[in-house]
Design a protein around this ligand. Structure first.
Ligand code: N01
Length: 546
């Protein structure tokens, strides 16, 4: 039944369920979602696997972990008081600073009292008779809730490589996501890093500072660009604070909610000299400017992309002294920006150190992990520490790891086996009262900017439903099909769709994730918001409400 707004009485507190809303995850989006739902007066419980808040910034404490977005664009924007009180120390904050920030937020808004830590949700089953969800934790405890809200992140299901012998290694070995809280010393140690994505690049650069000997096992090189991090002076922080309104407004206008907006010019509209000067300028500037603030066509036009890739290749050749090593570090199977660009702080210079070795595992594949190290097709290496920077089962992986069942016990993982199907990346037909903050096919980008919007939209919908005594919210099959088609259409012509990466749903370490799929909405965040706002302004008539 589709209900028009304002037709029912406001309900009494819903006492049929333990909670009005369960939020899974106490990361950036879960914390804010809790704050917003409390404002509505809901009985909310957040279940969090970790023993502290922070999500990504709680888990990923690997050496060198830090923001690639400007700190002052990454913090929450909802509280003027919070903006007034918090001073960022670095333009691109390291993990410890970010974790401190999220703890500060949790304390300031007294969020912890509704968060249950060390509580991994293993299943969530919809029950039609009560229009509610039964949520089960790993330890067997069970709770019921009217609304199930997933705030489980985009990159939170880490994956180990499918290499024989991983469990046999006798030294310390760890995935970057699961890095221990206790400091690890690399002095005098023989260390291996497998994987050269954004996590690997940061880890390698930091470990190389103090390591005895470092071996990097690279399967696919990345196009990295300089981060140019710096500390924030008191005066800079004063200026940032005075400009927060403009900063957040600008983020709202850009494609991915970053501070960087693409240049309106096409690559060929300028002379080769102007192009080179522009790229040199971007290369010297902090952050994602070279990716997000570049000529408007570099991610769609093959020739433009080849030119910027060539520029980056020249930079690698200039920075890496051994020409053979430099050639190995230059990507051949994808162009610049078609995978997520890792930002680096001296990454390429690491390979000029005499105690660092690059092993190209495409040439000499890893055969197995041994008790003492790694065996490739042509050598056996001994290590004290092996670091797996091997990435995530992205976007849908954290959903797949929970037994989520909707109407008639249909399994979400099964529904999405050929790719996600959602309405606005927030609702799924057949899964009533489940709302996803930053779900698949939602507008992605600078995470907190997009997450705040998502959580606000979810809050608006729940408010609407409660005001009208509605207890069942579901996407229609037609609505989900239309949105899915639109998401796929919006990615047409973008070069990233031709490349294997987590952004196209590829993870060779996960069964069933070998075929490229469209995992994200590529129409840009302003268009995403426009569509979501229109649904809300129309009284959510596009949903099935009862
Ligand atoms: O993961 P990745 P990540 N043998 O998937 C390799 C965000 N992030 O954790 O490319 C050998 O990018 C794999 O090789 P290949 C950011 O959005 C943000 O680094 O599949 N190698 C690849 O090199 C980022 O994009 C920040 O051939 C194997 C690597 O492991 C996302 O997280 C910081 C292998 C995985 O790279 C994911 O980054 C860090 C095997 N069997 C991350 N299996 C900040 O903003 C996998 N690999 C701060």
């Amino acid at each position: 039944m589709v209900v028009s707004p304002g037709t029912a009485q406001k309900p009494e507190a819903d006492t049929l369920t333990d909670f009005d809303a369960v939020v899974i995850g106490a990361g950036v989006s879960g914390l804010y979602q809790l704050y917003r739902l409390r404002e509505l007066g809901l009985r909310v419980r957040v279940f969090e696997t970790g023993s502290g808040v922070g999500g990504t910034w709680y888990w990923n404490r690997y050496p060198g972990a830090r923001f690639d977005s400007e700190s002052w664009t990454y913090g929450y924007s909802f509280s003027p008081e919070l903006l007034e009180q918090w001073d960022w120390e670095e333009h691109f904050a390291g993990q410890p600073e970010t974790e401190r920030y999220l703890n500060y937020v949790a304390d300031k808004f007294e969020l912890r009292r509704d968060i249950q830590f060390k509580s991994r949700v293993t299943s969530a089953h919809y029950r039609e008779a009560t229009r509610s969800w039964d949520v089960t934790l790993e330890d067997g405890r069970r709770y019921s809730t009217r609304f199930l809200i997933t705030a489980i992140g985009v990159l939170s299901a880490p994956t180990m490589p499918r290499i024989a012998g991983v469990d046999t290694f006798r030294g310390l070995s760890c995935h970057t996501h699961h890095w221990p809280k206790e400091p690890v010393s690399f002095g005098g140690k023989r260390v291996a890093v497998i994987g050269t994505g954004a996590s690997g690049v940061q880890t390698i650069t930091e470990v190389a500072r103090t390591v005895g000997h470092l071996s990097v096992f690279q399967r696919t090189p990345q196009w990295c660009a300089p981060l140019h991090n710096a500390r924030i002076s008191k005066e800079e922080m004063r200026q940032i604070r005075a400009n927060y309104r403009e900063i957040f407004a600008r983020c709202q206008q850009t494609y991915g909610c970053f501070i960087h907006a693409s240049d309106p010019r096409a690559t060929h509209e300028v002379t080769p000299e102007q192009r080179e000067a522009f790229w040199e300028k971007l290369y010297e500037e902090p952050g994602f400017g070279i990716w997000m603030g570049n000529f408007r066509d570099i991610l769609v036009d093959r020739e433009a992309n080849a030119l910027i890739s060539d520029f980056l290749a020249r930079k690698i050749r200039q920075r890496v002294k051994d020409p053979a090593v430099a050639e190995k570090l230059i990507p051949r199977n994808h162009g610049f920006g078609t995978r997520r660009v890792p930002l680096e702080s001296g990454y390429y210079e690491v390979y000029n150190q005499p105690n660092v070795q690059l092993v190209d595992v495409k040439q000499t594949p890893i055969e197995r992990i041994t008790p003492s190290g790694i065996k490739t097709s042509d050598a056996e290496y001994e290590f004290d520490i092996i670091i797996y920077a091997t990435g995530f089962d992205a976007i849908t992986g954290s959903f797949d790891r929970i037994d989520i069942r909707g109407v008639d016990m249909a399994l979400l993982k099964e529904k999405w086996k050929d790719g996600p199907q959602t309405f606005l990346g927030i609702l799924v037909d057949g899964f009533p009262n489940m709302l996803m903050v930053m779900g698949p096919h939602a507008g992605l980008g600078n995470f907190p900017r997009a997450a705040e919007y998502s959580a606000d939209w979810v809050t608006g919908l729940i408010h609407f439903a409660r005001e009208r005594g509605l207890t069942r919210i579901e996407a229609t099959a037609a609505g989900a099909a239309d949105w899915t088609d639109h998401v796929i259409a919006s990615s047409q012509g973008l070069l990233f769709t031709e490349v294997d990466s987590w952004m196209t749903g590829i993870n060779r370490n996960v069964e069933g994730k070998q075929t490229r799929r469209i995992m994200r909405y590529s129409g840009g965040h302003p268009a995403f918001r426009e569509r979501c706002d229109a649904v809300a302004a129309g009284g959510y008539r596009e949903l099935s409400l009862a």
